[in-house]
Ligand binder design. Structure first.
Ligand SMILES: Cc1ncc(COP(=O)(O)O)c(C=O)c1O
Length: 359
């Protein structure tokens, strides 16, 4: 069999999403929460999971969770889809709009799955670089909207990997100008004190979709994402969703999260404080240039070859994310905010790496 003659070109030309599966004692590469489930909650969590009927299919479409998330977010039940992480919701959106010839617009750099999944589904990618402050380049995006009418646009605010929120008036302008769907991904919303949610705009803009996830505030392993949009659009997207998309254990975990949300929101607050401390420490290291962050990670550039710094950190058992490539991402890296010990180990490792890379 000639695999290349069977698999579609869009897939053949893709690179799979890179996940580093080797063991490293300190992983600060995936923007997860550094806090495991508190000991005081473990027993209740396990008892909740033990009540799940594994011999039965889960509730199709997670109606109880949909109802509870809708209540929390102040929207109707018919405006919410709960997914197997936001990744699945990105996939549902991509499949739903991938008509022949459809295009999508992405301000870059941004989250890799915004291009991998839609391209897989057959959408053609149009990249519009962020401006010099990593904000939306409204002029260029406006031109692209006018000339190409993209079916789908993804805006992550706060953005990954840059860590900043986009200006709200620019987000609004993109939504208003776009004939296609605009997704505002608020995965890092809980780490920002200045971010404005786009949820309130849904009522007036039927092309707007807001995404949230529990992955960044302690439940990455349970894979729970939330999509909010107008009821008509949600009804169409639900036709694409697999009936049992969220397994019964994840549904139980999400219910548990909702029962104890204030604990996880407090942890997000603690992460914000740790981020600000980490930022100041990094700022004081010669040759390291951290960017302001509204998220649970810090995007930074260095005056050294970041490939070498990255390797030096790996040698010390510390995994971060290296974005080094020619152009404006030259020598840029991203580190997830860890717990106080982890941040200290990272800072020590970074200083050590800088010392050694020149040797
Ligand atoms: C902007 C953004 N959206 C979504 C996700 C993934 O969310 P989930 O784990 O819910 O699939 C990430 C993960 O890094 C992200 O950076």
């Amino acid at each position: 069999m000639d695999i290349k003659s069977i698999i579609k070109n869009e897939v053949l030309s893709l690179k799979a999403y890179a996940v580093e599966n080797n063991y490293y004692p300190l992983r600060l590469d995936a923007n997860e929460s550094p806090f495991p489930l508190a000991d005081s909650l473990r027993e209740e969590f396990l008892s909740r999971l033990s009540e799940v009927s594994l011999n039965r299919y889960p509730q199709a479409g997670s109606p109880e969770l949909v109802h509870r998330f809708a209540g929390r977010l102040g929207v109707g039940d018919d405006q919410v889809i709960v997914g197997n992480g936001s990744d699945e919701l990105i996939q549902i959106l991509s499949i739903a709009v991938a008509r022949p010839g459809a295009e999508m617009m992405l301000p870059t750099p941004t989250f890799a799955m915004f291009s991998i999944t839609p391209v897989n589904a057959g959408l053609k990618l149009i990249e519009v670089p962020l401006d010099e402050n990593f904000d939306l380049d409204l002029a260029r995006m406006g031109e692209t909207i006018q000339s190409r009418a993209p079916a789908l646009t993804f805006l992550a605010s706060p953005n990954n990997p840059t860590g900043n929120c986009f200006s709200f008036d620019r987000i609004l302008a993109v939504i208003e100008k776009s004939p296609g769907l605009v997704v505002v991904d608020e995965a890092y919303f809980n780490f920002s004190t200045s971010a404005r949610t786009a949820l309130g705009l849904i009522e007036r803009h039927d092309n707007l979709i807001v995404l949230r996830t529990l992955s960044k505030i302690g439940f990455a392993g349970a894979r729970i994402g939330i999509l909010v949009a107008n009821p008509e659009l949600v009804a169409e997207l639900n036709k694409v969703r697999l009936p049992y998309n969220l397994n019964a254990l994840s549904q139980a975990a999400a219910g548990f999260y909702l029962d104890h949300e204030e604990i996880f929101l407090k942890q997000a607050e603690a992460i914000r404080t740790l981020r600000d401390q980490l930022y100041s420490e990094m700022l004081s290291i010669n040759g390291i240039h951290p960017k302001h962050s509204d998220a649970n990670f810090i995007f930074f550039s260095c005056d050294f070859d970041s490939d070498r710094i990255y390797e030096q950190l790996l040698e010390q058992g510390i995994l971060i994310k290296n974005f080094n490539r020619p152009g404006r991402m030259r020598n840029f890296m991203r580190v997830t905010v860890g717990n106080p010990d982890e941040n200290e180990i990272f800072l020590k490792g970074l200083k050590e790496g800088i010392k050694k890379q020149g040797a």
